[in-house]
Design a protein. Structure first.
Lengths: 434, 174, 935
């Protein structure tokens, strides 16, 4: 996986672009997967109950739900798999120094998720083949669902790394450091969100008369609406607990005012949801589904903003650092690309010397004019083109010329000293001759 | 009749429930605001410039980091050896010069501090090849130094475990 | 900026982090950038060692001062120093608490009209003194300079200044002036001084009253040499004394002589040696004839020593090839003291071993020290009002002198009495002007305790208070007096003097090493027969008899002549013989106790003709009947006679009567019992070799050890109970001083205690008891929070911040070495500066105990890791082992087969306390004859 090493974000702009890309992708992907998980759970549940109670309403709605959840193949691919690939790429860029890790994990996640999809589709196809509304074996569906959940658990853990870069060095040693309370809390938070959302959708479905089917009586509709309401209400009630724990478990470096503000926002929004449900008008008119769903979109938006801010804080140093390192990085690339075989070695050496000079010396020295130290065109010739003498001075500098502050001892590695000394002498003599 | 009694009750209960969580969140936020932020130092020393731009090695200023348990703050003489000449017109450098001339040591505000009962040696960690940034983060990018890592026991132990460092209590507990 | 200033600042740095230690909340503490980088070799957070000299007593032991962040936190004996060679006594250890004493005088003080002291500036003080010097010169009054024993450059300077300012320099005042010995040597050999006894060359040592392990001349040096010789099994040591001293308790044989009758014993010995046939050089005939002839019986009757005992001593001396007789202490401080000292000298002469054993070339610089008679004269002169200015430096005559001298009263008659010292003792309180002296760790100087041995006094920190060194005061006075302002400081004076004496290179060497030892040719001395004879004639008639019962005023191990009373640590650490920590007491013999029905702690009024004191009683096994015993410092201005010829004090109060007051006093006697109650803590040699074979059955897995298993070996044959280790432990480990009230409740905190166990014959053995670091520790298994656990290096570790104070561990510990913090023990400023930053200071509700100085182990391992090696044998040692003057304690790694501990632990003398319990301790004790021990 050596190639991953070079996958560094080349600029902060590029980096923030990545982050907002990631934001968008997740904004599409997570609700989608979430609805699949939530929906199929409910459907399976109803299917099961239907078997027990032999009540067609249950089974019908279960089927209906499954159909809404498991749409055609291509949207599954578009919203289920493709986003993950994008996210994967984004990760490779953001967590540039733990990419081997994310590589393995993402592959795992993809595989499991794919399995989940296909199993659920399989489960759904049973319904199509079935003539009348006969209870069906729940096994495959359950398996699929579990697969989905597992995939999502893994996902949230990898997602968790984004908030704690301090872990990366440890992670490279032992994968177990991947598991963190914060990740678990996030996983639970998302689950709660899923069910809340699903509930909203059910309310919506329940509100309308389900797909022009004949003989749908008010009873089943009422049942559906209640189901949705209860689901959302309870999910929304547990939401704040996880929001709070998320704040507590977030590493210190990820915190900022924005993080707290967004959490508060999530709480307020979920409060609104609960109130709407609690004070919903009785039967008859169109239910609160639309409003609830709208609010849930907002909630999820807030959550993502929250996470995005946290990631921003957690990574600000690393990225800032990259930004500052950028010129040096540039020279490194230059170093790597020797044009001509013949002069390659000398060229490389010169480049190395140049790189060191720009990184370490240029703060105080220029060739032509006095900055902090003397102009090198004057100072270097004192060493009569003898690299050893110059190297000796660089190793432990002393005061030579009283009009200048004494040069600090930089403690450079020997090869850098060698390179820069050669480079300086080369430059000065070259400059003198031409 | 009873319906319009019920509604306010529910309303109260629900908003009360969420209210509690809101309060706690606000409290957390406040405590972070008080303690969790990077403190303002007497002299706004930019690690960004010295570490990243000039890429001075850490032990260029923190000279004891590989010799003692304390990393040590640089003596003002060290700062002045460059800043007699460099950027002397800047306000912060003027502060520095004043300190130096009036022989007043600079009292920096500690960002990292350990309880009395902990024995910690920078030397041992540096000599074991632990990179400064593993505990202190990307200092080179911090305009104000802030604490990364909680410095709680679990934090120490997780690293000791990962790197196979000794985990006998007496290694760190005085 | 000076190095010390830098260190001070760094001190503030870590000091602040130490004081305020509130979790990892940030932004709370300061982190300091000093102005200049430190000198090479000074690294904050690492200990620095600096040579200096101890000034707690006249012995002048060499010090190695441990500095952390610029503050001295521990004093240790300087290894290789000609006086103490690494050892340091309990008083020396405690000297640090004098430096940081909260009650130290902070600035010069003048007594105002109302008799109260009020602070004044040094400027004022100095000019005041030199003015009054001037007027008293004018008004024909004499100006006098009195000080404690002064040697080296300070003595020279004092002489010079006194000459310049026409101040009469009085003989120095020391309670233990050894005047009898000086007189005797003057008489016999024309050498009026205290010689240096070369114990290391003797094969038999007879000490007559000389408490060489406690206060006699140079106790640490004596102890060290003696224990080395004993460790090699090359010397036998008999001790004769009327009372019971720690020294007596440690001799191979101790003989209780009737008070004041030592002369009879010695004359018998001398006679016998002569009769045993001619020795080179014999005694001149006139002396031999003058020597009275005693039968063993009459001698026994005269001395109270049974005939058998007499013969034993007699033969021991006679058969020894290089016998050494040291007379001193209370045995030379009575009417026949001069004879005792003289006769000891004659025995030495007869045996012909003087140059090798009694070294006059390296006399113990007591030349300038005067006697009690001198002080009597001084008091007289004061009384006559002929004294103008009287300087009293480092001396406390008001406390030490007999009431009869009425020194206190007469002191008031001086026009100006200038007290110089560090604590406000009795004399200082009487003075009109008080000049605070800097501690020896705050000032430059040197000391020459023994001729040719010059030891450096070097400051390690700036004075904590507005104090000056005596040298600086003198120089300033001279400056003022002679008009031309203060020429130089004392430091410059000294450097100049050293430069002249040793040359530039020599001086630097001296400053680095901390001492210089010049070598002289041995001095040959000759016996003056006529004087000796006349002395012996005189003796026949003289009545040295003391009216019994007699009260002996013994020198104190803990406070010397009382100068240590101010230091809390010295009261916190119990007297090894009685285990009494705080307060005064009177020792009586078991016989006396029985007949007058006295019990421990019972209050009695002890009185003589014109004096009485109320003291609680301690029954002291081994003390002979008819003799009571108190420590010198328990009795303020005691009613002592002055001995005519030597001018020394008679340290006895004869005809002392006891009257029960019927009350019981609160006396903290720390040991539960004076006997072992047959528990075999120190096994009876008869039963040695009986091993308990039954293997231990345990539910717990065995501990594994990778590289180290730390263990300790304590040689009971060498341990003499001097308690230096206890002091060292206290200071090294921040063990709090808790005070009398807690001691009475049995809440002492000391991690290490000396347990004296008495046999039926009054013989005593000392058992240092500390955490045994059991391999199968009962304390570990009962700790509910795993605060007590066994670490991979065999240490029984206590994690303080984990301890919740259930005290199960202490209940379950068979050795009772765990200490519980019942309170927050506050360290009164500036004592907190003494704390060792390598240890946490334990808070209330926490159990603490000996850790084998884990911080030292940690440091040694740190050094080892830097050099990529394991810790070498002897590289790490505990504070107690380091300070032990006898080298009885050895610490090291048991896994290293050829480390000293392994070898000693394997010796057939080794045993462990309560081995039968199966606790498998890591502390081994060596018991029985020292011969053949690996040490």
């Amino acid at each position: 996986m050596a190639s991953w090493g070079n996958l560094q974000p080349l600029s902060t702009e590029f980096y923030s672009l990545l982050r907002y890309g990631l934001f968008l992708v997740l904004f599409l992907h997570i609700p989608f997967v979430g609805f699949i998980i939530g929906g199929s759970t409910v459907s399976l549940l109803l299917n099961f109950l239907g078997k027990e109670k032999r009540d067609p309403a249950y089974l019908r709605f279960s089927k209906e739900l499954m159909e809404t959840v498991m749409i055609r193949r291509w949207p599954l691919f578009m919203f289920g798999i493709v986003p993950l690939l994008l996210v994967w790429f984004a990760y490779a860029r953001i967590l540039f120094d733990s990419t081997p890790l994310s590589w393995h994990l993402w592959s795992a996640i993809l595989v499991v998720l794919f399995a989940g999809f296909s199993l659920l589709r399989r489960y759904r196809s049973h319904w199509d083949r079935a003539r009348d509304l006969r209870p069906l074996p729940v096994g495959i569906g359950a398996a699929g669902l579990l697969a989905m959940i597992l995939a999502f658990f893994l996902f949230s853990n990898v997602y968790g790394i984004l908030f704690n870069p301090e872990k990366l060095p440890l992670l490279r040693k032992q994968i177990w450091f991947l598991l963190s309370w914060n990740a678990v809390v996030k996983f639970l938070l998302f689950l709660a969100f899923f069910f809340g959302m699903t509930g909203g959708v059910i309310l919506l479905l329940g509100g309308r008369s389900p797909g022009g089917e004949e003989g749908t009586d008010a009873g089943s509709r009422g049942f559906v609406r209640d189901l949705g309401a209860i689901l959302t209400f309870s999910a929304t009630l547990v939401l704040p607990v996880f929001v709070l724990f998320d704040l507590v478990t977030l590493p210190e470096i990820a915190l900022s005012a924005a993080v707290f503000a967004t959490s508060a926002a999530v709480l307020l929004l979920s409060l609104a949801v609960c109130l709407i449900l609690a004070l919903a008008p009785g039967k008859g008119e169109s239910g609160p589904g639309a409003r609830v769903l709208a609010l849930y979109v907002l909630i999820f938006f807030a959550v993502l903003v929250h996470d995005n801010a946290a990631v921003g804080n957690a990574y600000q140093d690393r990225i800032g650092f990259l930004a500052l390192q950028a010129p040096a990085a540039g020279t490194e690339h230059a170093k790597e690309a020797p044009r001509d075989e013949a002069t390659a070695a000398g060229q490389a050496a010169a480049n190395a010397g140049k790189a060191v000079f720009e990184a370490k010396c240029s703060g105080c020295h220029r060739f032509d004019i006095r900055v902090v130290g003397p102009p090198l065109n004057v100072a270097v010739p004192k060493y009569g083109g003898d690299p050893e003498k110059l190297k000796g001075f660089i190793r432990n500098p002393g005061k030579v010329n009283p009009d200048y502050p004494s040069m600090p001892k930089l403690g450079l590695p020997e090869e850098e000293i060698d390179a820069v000394a050669k480079y300086l002498i080369g430059q000065v003599q070259g400059g003198g001759s031409s | 009749m009873e319906r319009n009694l019920k509604k306010p009750a529910i309303l109260l209960a629900v908003s009360g429930y969420f209210g509690v969580f809101l309060l706690i969140t606000v409290a957390l936020g406040f405590s972070w605001y008080r303690g969790g932020q990077a403190p303002d130092q007497p002299i706004a020393f930019p690690h960004t410039i010295h570490v990243s731009k000039l890429s001075l090695p850490c032990n260029f200023c923190h000279i004891y980091v590989d010799r003692s348990r304390h990393a040590g703050a640089p003596a003002l003489e060290t700062c002045m050896s460059c800043h007699r000449a460099i950027a002397t017109e800047r306000e912060e450098i003027r502060k520095l010069t004043r300190h130096y001339e009036e022989k007043r040591p600079v009292l920096w505000i500690r960002v990292y501090s350990l309880p009395e009962h902990v024995y910690f040696s920078h030397k041992r960690h540096v000599k074991a090849g632990v990179d400064c940034s593993e505990c202190h983060g990307m200092v080179g990018a911090m305009k104000k130094i802030r604490r990364v890592g909680s410095l709680e026991m679990g934090w120490c132990v997780s690293c000791h475990r990962a790197k196979g460092a000794p985990r006998d209590c007496a290694t760190c507990h005085k | 900026m000076k190095r010390r200033d830098f260190l001070r600042i760094v001190g503030v740095l870590t000091g602040s982090t130490l004081i305020s230690s509130c979790g990892s909340g940030n932004g709370s503490k300061k982190f300091i950038s000093s102005i200049l980088p430190p000198e090479e070799g000074i690294i904050p957070g690492e200990a620095i060692f600096s040579p200096s000299t101890c000034t707690e007593c006249p012995a002048g032991c060499g010090l190695s001062v441990t500095l952390r962040e610029g503050w001295p936190i521990k004093l240790e004996g300087a290894p290789g120093h000609p006086v103490n060679d690494g050892g340091l006594c309990i008083r020396g250890q405690s000297s640090l608490t004098r430096l940081y004493h909260p009650k130290r005088i902070a600035n010069p003080m003048l007594r105002n009209g109302g008799g109260k002291f009020q602070g004044i500036s040094w400027e004022k003080a100095i000019s005041l003194v030199s003015e009054s010097l001037a007027d008293s010169r004018g008004s024909g009054r004499k100006n006098l300079y009195l000080s404690g024993r002064t040697t080296g450059s300070l003595s020279a300077l004092t002489g010079m200044v006194c000459r310049k300012l026409a101040v009469e320099r009085l003989p120095e005042f020391e309670v233990y002036s050894h005047s009898a010995v000086k007189e005797a040597n003057g008489l016999l050999f024309g050498q009026r001084e205290v010689p240096h006894y070369r114990i290391e060359n003797a094969d038999f040592l007879l000490t007559v009253g000389a408490d060489i392990l406690e206060t006699h001349i140079s106790p640490v040096s004596c102890t060290r040499k003696l224990s080395r010789a004993r460790g090699r099994g090359e010397i036998r040591w008999f001790h004769v004394e009327p009372h019971l001293s720690l020294t007596g308790a440690n001799a191979d044989k101790r003989f209780a002589v009737l008070p004041g009758r030592e002369a009879v014993l010695l004359s018998y010995m001398l006679r016998h040696i002569l009769d045993r046939g001619p020795r080179r050089p014999g005694l001149p005939p006139e002396v031999a004839n003058a020597l009275q002839r005693l039968s063993a019986e009459s001698a026994s009757e005269g001395t109270g020593i049974p005939v058998g005992g007499l013969q034993e001593i007699r033969d021991a001396i006679a058969n020894a090839r290089r016998p050494l007789v040291i007379a001193g202490g209370v045995s030379t401080a009575h009417p026949e003291g001069l004879e005792v000292a003289a006769m000891a000298g004659m025995i030495q002469w007869v045996t012909g071993e003087i140059p090798g054993l009694v070294d006059f070339a390296r006399g113990e610089n007591y030349g300038g020290v005067g006697t009690f008679r001198d002080m009597e004269d001084l008091s007289g002169r004061l009384g006559k009002g002929e004294v103008g200015v009287l300087f009293l430096s480092r001396t406390n005559p008001v406390f030490s002198l007999p009431k009869a001298y009425s020194f206190r009263e007469n002191l008031g008659k001086a026009k100006l009495s200038v007290g110089m010292g560090d604590l406000l003792d009795e004399t200082m309180q009487e003075a009109n002007l008080v000049l605070p002296l800097s501690h020896s760790l705050e000032s430059w100087g040197d000391a020459e305790p023994r001729r040719g041995v010059v030891s450096l006094v070097k400051p390690v920190l700036n004075p904590l208070h507005d104090t000056l060194s005596e040298g600086d005061i003198l120089l300033r006075l001279m400056g003022k007096g002679s008009g031309e302002g203060s020429p130089t400081g004392y430091r410059e004076y000294l450097f100049d003097a050293w430069g002249r004496k040793y040359g530039k290179k020599g001086r630097d060497e001296f400053l680095k090493r901390g001492y210089v030892e010049e070598s002289f040719p041995a001095k040959r001395v000759f016996l003056d027969g006529r004087k000796a004879a006349s002395l012996l004639e005189g003796m026949k008639s003289s009545a040295g008899e003391l009216g019994r019962p007699v009260l002996v005023l013994a020198p104190s191990l803990r406070t010397y002549d009382g100068r240590g009373r101010g230091l809390p640590l010295l009261s916190e650490i119990p007297d090894p013989l009685t285990t009494i920590s705080y307060g005064r007491f009177l020792s009586v013999s078991p016989g006396t106790a029985k007949e007058s029905g006295l019990k421990d702690r019972e209050e009695v009024t002890v009185s003589s003709a014109d004096w009485s004191e109320v003291l609680p009683v301690k029954v002291q096994p081994g003390l002979q009947d008819g003799v009571y015993q108190v420590f010198r410092d328990f009795v303020a201005s005691p009613p002592l006679r002055t001995e005519k010829r030597t001018g020394g004090a008679v340290e006895y109060i004869d005809g002392a009567r006891l009257v029960k007051s019927g009350k019981m006093a609160a006396v903290p006697i720390l040991s539960g019992s004076s006997s072992q109650q047959g528990r075999g803590l120190i096994p009876d040699p008869a039963h040695k070799g009986e091993k308990h074979h039954h293997g231990r059955v345990s539910l717990y897995p065995e501990h594994g050890h990778e590289e180290y298993r730390w263990a300790m070996v304590i040689d009971l044959a060498l341990c003499n109970g001097c308690s230096a280790c206890v002091a060292a432990c206290h200071i090294e480990n921040n063990v709090p001083v808790v005070g009398k009230k807690d001691h009475l409740k049995g809440r002492e905190m000391s991690w290490l205690r000396i347990e004296p166990f008495y046999g039926d014959a009054g013989d005593v053995e000392f058992l240092p008891m500390l955490c045994q670091h059991c391999h199968a520790a009962p304390c570990e298994t009962v700790c509910p929070v795993y605060a007590a656990y066994h670490n991979p290096e065999g240490l029984n570790v206590q994690v303080y911040n984990r301890c919740v104070g259930t005290r199960y561990c202490s209940n379950n510990c068979p050795y009772k070495v765990r200490r519980f913090n019942w309170f927050w023990h506050r360290w009164e400023k500036p004592l907190n500066r003494m704390q060792n930053p390598d240890l946490e200071t334990r808070g209330v509700g926490v159990m603490e105990k000996c850790t084998f100085c884990i911080q030292r182990i940690r440091a040694a391992k740190d050094r080892g890791k830097d050099e990529g090696r394991k810790v070498r044998d002897g590289e790490v040692t505990t504070a107690c082992a380091q300070s032990c003057p006898t080298g009885a304690i050895v610490f090291g790694n048991l896994l290293d087969a050829d480390s000293r501990v392994s070898r000693l632990a394997g010796s057939d003398r080794a045993y462990r306390v309560f081995e039968a319990l199966g606790t498998d301790p890591s502390v081994y004790y060596l018991h029985g004859k020292t011969r053949g021990s690996g040490s």
